[in-house]
Design a protein around this ligand. Structure first.
Ligand code: GAP
Length: 436
């Protein structure tokens, strides 16, 4: 049978649960809608994604990092436009009570697409989660959980400019949680109410923004290809005038072809001087840049790259999922695989286990490795295939006499024999040359 890609996201949901990537949040209480917990393998994968993103940004001389608070002064969200503008139109079905985003239905829809019941008039619904700071729950104490990490960067623009002694153009990168009270969350971790963003704001001189925008569009597209996402499953989508966010002059999405269609993975936005101008106005603090060389003073334009970390994890997992009628495996790039090598004594015999433990100890110095002695060797290979471990090493009776082991490849199941002492080097080379 031919190898197939992921056709139904539910297959991935069950693999993730079964193997410890992702669980429904608070599951023993019946779960809570659109919230998910990352298990041992999921957290490893997600941390690797974040680390790769972080290094791609902050290893550059012209990008600084930050970790701002989730709770911010409530005026931030007035200045940013979120109090007035971060709204979705909401309609309910009077009969089955299902809730829809009116902008996702046919403009003339009056009947529920689920049950044919009558729909309510559309009303605007703010997506920010509201809470109270301190013991008194009144309007004066109301604050929001941030719906994007970007604002924590804008309000620190001057702090970072001065302390890091950067010159324009330069960027500020941040990874952190964001919260949105989405009306229609779903598709596993695609749209959730609590999620992580990986955002970078690049501050540029007005007039150079279009060129910088194009540069970042390409860099971000290449980054996704670099972590192993198939290029033919990625595309750009340009926002038309009706789609542009309230702050944007131009915006492109990088989209991925999920089983449920082409959907946004990351946004690249030309936010102009909107954010800094608004914060300057609302805070009364100057947020200008002074160019020492040209003696010009201006409010910088901002090019934003904004990726969802959970959404990237979903893309990585969806893209890696393979099924050939019998076997399911995750064809993850080795840099992302939670374990790089699985080490197996052919049988649970003392002399094989002892040899295997020695190899385990050696390889552990260089890679994340795992070992498994339970069940037939075929079953053990399958378990590792399902979690995306690219290499399997098997220690058998020949190993005891000639010190060679079997190296098995996850994707084509080919096996080769190598001297045990060369293993680490061989695996390292194979990872380095992956995909070439
Ligand atoms: N600062 C700009 C901004 O937040 P956005 O297009 O609203 O722009 C950026 O969000 C990225 O954050 C999206 O491309 C997506 O990857 C991720 N994201 C947004 N809402 C999400 C949600 N409810 N669940 C998971 N990821 C989400």
């Amino acid at each position: 049978m031919n190898t197939q890609d992921l056709k139904d996201t539910n297959d991935l949901v069950s693999l993730c649960k079964r193997r410890g990537f992702i669980f429904p949040s608070s599951e023993i209480y019946g779960g809570i809608n659109a919230c998910w917990d990352y298990g041992p393998l999921g957290v490893e994968l997600k941390r690797t994604i974040k680390e790769l993103w972080w290094r791609s940004m902050t290893d550059r001389e012209d990008i600084e990092g930050i970790d701002a608070a989730i709770l911010m002064h409530p005026k931030v969200w007035e200045a940013s436009g979120h109090v007035d503008g971060f709204v979705d139109p909401l309609v309910d079905c009077k009969k089955c009570k299902t809730r829809f985003r009116a902008d996702k239905l046919e403009p003339s829809a009056k009947k529920c697409p689920e049950c044919g019941g009558e729909l309510t008039e559309s009303r605007l619904f703010n997506l920010m989660f509201k809470t109270f700071m301190g013991p008194i729950e009144d309007q004066a104490a109301a604050i929001y959980l941030r719906p994007e990490t970007a604002q924590g960067i804008y309000v620190n623009f001057i702090n970072i400019l001065q302390s890091a002694r950067q010159k324009i153009p330069f960027g500020i990168a941040q990874i952190g949680k964001a919260f949105r009270n989405e009306i229609t969350p779903g598709n596993f971790i695609f749209r959730t109410r609590e999620f992580e963003q990986m955002e970078m704001q690049f501050f540029v001189k007005p007039g150079t923004d279009t060129e910088q925008f194009e540069k970042w569009k390409e860099l971000r597209f290449q980054w996704h290809c670099g972590i192993g996402i198939r290029k033919n499953k990625l595309q750009f989508h340009a926002h038309g005038p009706g789609e542009l966010a309230h702050y944007a002059k131009a915006a492109f999405d990088i989209e991925y072809e999920f089983p449920f269609g082409w959907q946004e993975l990351e946004g690249i936005h030309n936010r102009t001087d909107f954010d800094l101008s608004r914060h300057q106005k609302f805070s009364g603090k100057k947020l200008e840049y002074f160019d020492e060389e040209t003696k010009e003073r201006y409010i910088p334009y901002i090019i934003e790259t904004s990726a969802g970390c959970d959404r990237t994890a979903l893309v990585v997992l969806s893209d890696a999922y393979r099924f050939d009628g019998e076997r399911v495996w995750l064809a993850l790039h080795p840099i992302l695989a939670p374990y790089k090598v699985g080490i197996f004594p052919l049988m649970k015999k003392a002399e094989l286990c002892e040899y295997s433990n020695r190899i385990y100890g050696e390889l552990k110095k260089r890679f994340r490795v795992t070992t498994d002695t339970a069940g037939s060797i075929g079953k053990r290979y399958r378990r590792q295939d399902e979690i995306g471990t690219p290499f399997g090493v098997t220690i058998d009776y020949d190993t005891l006499t000639n010190h060679t082991v079997t190296l098995r490849y996850r994707d084509n199941m080919v096996q080769e024999r190598f001297p045990a002492e060369n293993l680490a080097y061989i695996i390292e080379e194979k990872i380095k040359n992956w995909g070439n």
